[in-house]
Design a protein around this ligand. Structure first.
Ligand code: GUN
Length: 304
């Protein structure tokens, strides 16, 4: 069996951003519409600061309006809700993203529920999760949306395939399962309590790993020729013991890549697979939200 085809998420994300940039320019000139994204960060979590900076940069790079609100860690829930309400009312803002995790004194669900569902570019509001589950147009969470774009680009026809999603989070696992179901896959959601997880995984024509445990999915969990999508981003000690002792780290996925690539038909690498798709899909959702708000057709090649 030949080595798996590598699914180039980094390259796909770059081409998606290029299509978005063309669409944004077209919306500006033909409809006087400039999609706007507001990102809200509470506190100084280092990883969140990097994500938020990257979101702002990529938003501007495709020609969209970008606003970042950085609030102190002791911001009250009322203060945050006031800002969300102000952004809900702001006609220049079509997408609102409140970076998670929020500090412990803030009720995350209350904040997510306060975002206007039409501006909920994270797709976390119960209105959007409900719309997705009944097959109505919805804003879809960015990571599963990115996975689905890669799957549709890799496989000519998903219908009837066995899809196994490992992980049941609201951000990835559950919406991923809904998207696969909508694409006529036979879907299993597996999780930490699933009995004989390797045997369940081996049934998968499409295997999505979204558990957050480094290299948990082994080569012998994978059916020959399967398409493997690795959502994990886990920081582990560097391979070289001296470098590891010096505190050096590397990033691995939830899948043991070399083992899996020897069996799979296609696989996403980590890094360079799903990760780069997430922000590109956030931009895609912002264009979608802006077009729906303005009653303009969503440009081809921007959404799923
Ligand atoms: N933190 C980590 N991932 C995400 C995400 O997809 N959306 C938001 N808002 N915060 C996050």
């Amino acid at each position: 069996m030949a080595e798996a085809r590598i699914i180039d998420g980094k390259g796909f994300a770059a081409s998606l951003r290029a299509r978005i940039a063309v669409a944004v320019e077209d919306l500006r000139t033909r409809h006087a519409l400039v999609p706007g994204l507001a990102v809200v960060l509470v506190g100084e979590d280092p990883a969140s600061q990097i994500y938020v900076r990257n979101k702002g940069e990529q938003t501007r790079e495709v020609g969209m309006h970008s606003v970042t609100h950085r609030l102190p860690v002791d911001t009250s829930q009322e203060g945050l809700l006031r800002l969300v309400n102000q952004l809900n009312q702001d006609p220049s803002i079509h997408g609102i993203l409140v970076q998670l995790p929020l500090p412990g004194h803030i009720d995350t669900q209350a904040v997510l529920s306060a975002i206007d569902p039409a501006k909920d570019v994270d797709g976390f509001h119960v209105v959007n999760t409900g719309r997705l589950s009944v097959g109505l147009p919805a804003l879809v969470p960015c990571t599963p949306l990115g996975c689905m774009m890669l799957l549709k680009d890799t496989l000519s026809d998903l219908r009837g395939m066995n899809a196994v999603v490992i992980g049941r989070s609201n951000i990835v696992g559950k919406p991923m399962a809904q998207l696969l179901l909508a694409a006529d896959c036979t879907v299993t959601i597996a999780h930490s309590r699933t009995r004989d997880l390797p045997a369940v995984a081996r049934q998968a024509d499409i295997l999505i790993a979204a558990v957050g445990r480094p290299e948990m999915v082994r080569g012998d969990w994978i059916k020959e020729g399967a398409t493997v999508i690795d959502v994990g981003i886990n920081r582990v000690p560097a391979r070289d013991p001296a470098a590891a002792a010096a505190g050096k780290t590397r990033i691995v996925g939830d899948v043991a890549y070399a083992e899996a690539a020897a069996v799979a038909g296609a696989i996403t690498p980590v890094p360079g697979g799903v990760g780069p798709m997430t922000i590109a899909c956030l931009l895609s959702n912002t264009v979608t939200a802006a077009c729906r708000a303005a009653g303009v057709a969503v440009p081809a090649g921007v959404g799923l």
